[in-house]
Design a protein. Structure first.
Length: 350
């Protein structure tokens, strides 16, 4: 039951979210991105952002302890594009980079992404800004993984979708606990009103999650923007080693989640883990095979019933048939990442 609650509870929240009907924004926005040695992504990123339409915007790029050619690339594009602003920091600290970017930004409406991301449409900034103007709190967007048909691509895209169900659904039920920095927005007033990242400044990870939780504690509302035109695509990790590194880094922030949130997430994960390992124990106890796998098959069948409409709403139908084995792999990958997070240096960004 706990394993299914982890899908049906937030999943119903996403499915019940009403269509977003918004007018085009009148106020300009600032797009802020922190860059750390991303020279291979920068040219295509700036080209993609420059194609955004129906919105007045600037691009604030914070070079965060870069040691590659990122500065030269940004300077080249600044000469060609008057929208581009650059600030260079010698220290690799993402929270500091975002804070400096906000201070440099001209506009009060702020949208955030990463340099290895690509907007799903030329109206991404317009849709995020419009949602932000209607509800001056925090806008949580969705960021699909680009499907490259590799094994790590299948795995990371499925994991991203299943994780998205949980955090988007929590926000839809007005119980937000996280967002992804690849696609979120808030105002300058919200950022400084909650004290920025001050409450978790010494924690390397969790700049998005812990910021959202700080805002919620101060009564600031969140809403999801699930319009496909407001999606931001991102590349899958290069390999499983990098995936586990990134996931264990993210898990270090979970130690600072509110107790009830952490308990709920842990309980649903424990339910999923038990579903996958229970057949082994039941077979060992002498149960016949069909009885040993009965509850696991029920779990997969009932999960499919909620995964299918969610995959349609979030434009992820191409991974639906892969979710059963992905859920198995993800469950054990999270176990490994959670264990390694206990030994991570929680003050390092990279």
């Amino acid at each position: 039951m706990l394993s299914l609650a982890g899908w049906y509870g937030p999943g119903i929240g996403v499915l019940k979210a009403s269509p977003v009907q918004l007018k085009s924004p009148e106020s300009p926005i600032s797009l802020i991105v922190a860059v750390h040695n991303e020279e291979r992504y920068l040219p295509d990123f700036i080209d993609a952002i420059s194609e955004q339409r129906d919105i007045d915007f600037e691009i604030v790029i914070v070079l965060n302890g870069c040691t590659d050619n990122s500065l030269a690339i940004c300077e080249f594009w600044r000469q060609k594009n008057s929208r581009v602003k650059i600030i260079e920091l010698t220290e690799a600290n993402k929270k500091l980079a975002i804070t400096k970017g906000i201070q440099l930004a001209t506009n009060d409406l702020l949208v955030f992404t990463d340099v290895d991301c690509r907007p799903a449409s030329p109206f991404w900034l317009r849709e995020m800004a419009a949602a932000l103007q209607k509800n001056a709190g925090i806008i949580i967007g969705y960021s699909p993984i680009i499907f490259d048909r590799s094994l790590i691509g299948f795995f990371s895209k499925s994991e991203n979708f299943l994780t998205g169900i949980q955090y988007l659904g929590a926000a839809a039920w007005q119980r937000p606990y996280m967002a992804v920095g690849r696609n979120m927005a808030y105002t300058r007033q919200v950022f400084f009103g909650v004290g920025g990242f001050k409450s978790h400044q010494k924690i390397a990870s969790g700049d998005d999650d812990l910021f959202v939780q700080s805002a919620v504690r101060q009564g600031i509302g969140c809403r999801i923007q699930w319009n496909p035109e407001a999606f931001v695509n991102t590349f899958p990790p290069e390999n499983f080693k990098y995936y586990l590194h990134r996931k264990s880094r993210h898990f270090t922030a979970s130690f600072h989640y509110p107790s009830l949130t952490l308990l709920g997430l842990s309980a649903t994960y424990a339910g999923r883990l038990w579903m996958w390992i229970s057949p082994i124990f039941l077979l060992w106890a002498g149960f016949p095979l069909w009885r040993s796998v009965f509850f696991l098959l029920c779990y997969l069948g009932l999960s499919y019933l909620i995964w299918k409409p969610l995959s349609t709403k979030l434009c992820e139908k191409d991974i639906l048939k892969h979710l059963w084995w992905s859920d198995l792999c993800i469950t054990f990958a999270w176990l490994i990442a959670g264990f390694t997070s206990l030994f991570r240096n929680r003050k390092r960004w990279i």
